[in-house]
Ligand binder design. Structure first.
Ligand SMILES: O=P(O)(O)OP(=O)(O)OP(=O)(O)OC[C@H]1O[C@@H](n2cnc3c(O)ncnc32)[C@H](O)[C@@H]1O
Ligand SMILES: [Mg+2]
Length: 213
């Protein structure tokens, strides 16, 4: 090491063969595994290590993704990827936003979340039902990594009047992708991954870290 170099300064250049996904959401795990592919780092679920969900006390997607990643990295000793995401609806002032997972009451209850969303948008005309999914991914090499790698992606669409399709998870059945003229749940998983908020965020992450992902 030269005199100007700091120990750990090349933290981001060592290859990562295994990392933990700091999430309890099986839909995110499936999508991110497909996006990383066979050649990349293997993505382990935090549940494999008995890691329970951390409280999401942040006021932004970035803060929550960082909280999740730090918690999982600390509990497992592995590099960790945090995903905080949600649906922001213009006619609802950006709601459900950070509260997307429990909008209808129970955590992760997609049917109740969708039911509330459609209720709130009752009577709102098609053109005013614009919305976007947003995803923030945070990669931490260690729990105390001072250089988290942060990547974001958005996907713009509209909220349908009724659910359509069986793929995906969460709000996918009511999110219309205008380009393909179908709901996110009608898209084949590979197509959703190619255009989704999560797919875009992971592409950015990979650009920043080509040597490790
Ligand atoms: O916090 P973790 O454990 O990762 O799992 P979670 O489901 O609670 O995840 P979030 O806190 O990030 O909440 C995001 C919610 O936004 C919704 N969401 C995010 N990405 C989505 C996608 O690709 N398709 C449909 N709904 C999505 C879905 O309801 C998620 O539960
Ligand atoms: Mg959550």
């Amino acid at each position: 090491m030269g005199s100007g170099e700091v120990p750990g300064a090349n933290l981001h250049s060592d290859p990562i063969s295994e990392l933990v996904l700091a999430s309890g959401n099986a839909g995110k795990l499936a999508e991110l595994r497909q996006l990383l592919g066979d050649g990349g780092a293997s993505l382990r679920a935090q549940s494999e290590f008995g890691v329970v969900d951390v409280e999401e006390t942040g006021l932004t997607f970035v803060e929550n993704a960082l909280l999740k990643a730090r918690h999982a990295a600390r509990a497992t000793g592995l590099p960790a990827l945090g995903d905080d995401s949600g649906l922001c609806v213009d006619a609802l002032g950006g709601a459900p936003g950070l509260h997307s997972a429990r909008y209808g009451g129970g955590h992760g209850d997609a049917m109740r979340n969708i039911a509330r969303l459609l209720r709130e948008l009752d009577g709102v005309p098609e053109a005013a039902r614009t919305a976007r999914f947003h995803c923030v991914l945070v990669l931490l090499r260690t729990p105390d990594d001072p250089q988290p790698v942060i990547a974001e992606g958005s996907w713009h669409g509209r909220i349908l009047a009724a659910p359509r399709g069986a793929h995906g998870f969460g709000y996918d059945p009511v999110f219309l992708d205008p380009e393909n003229a179908c709901s996110a749940a009608e898209l084949e998983p590979a197509i959703k991954n190619a255009i989704s908020h999560r797919g875009r965020a992971l592409a950015v992450l990979k650009q920043r870290l080509p040597e490790i992902l």
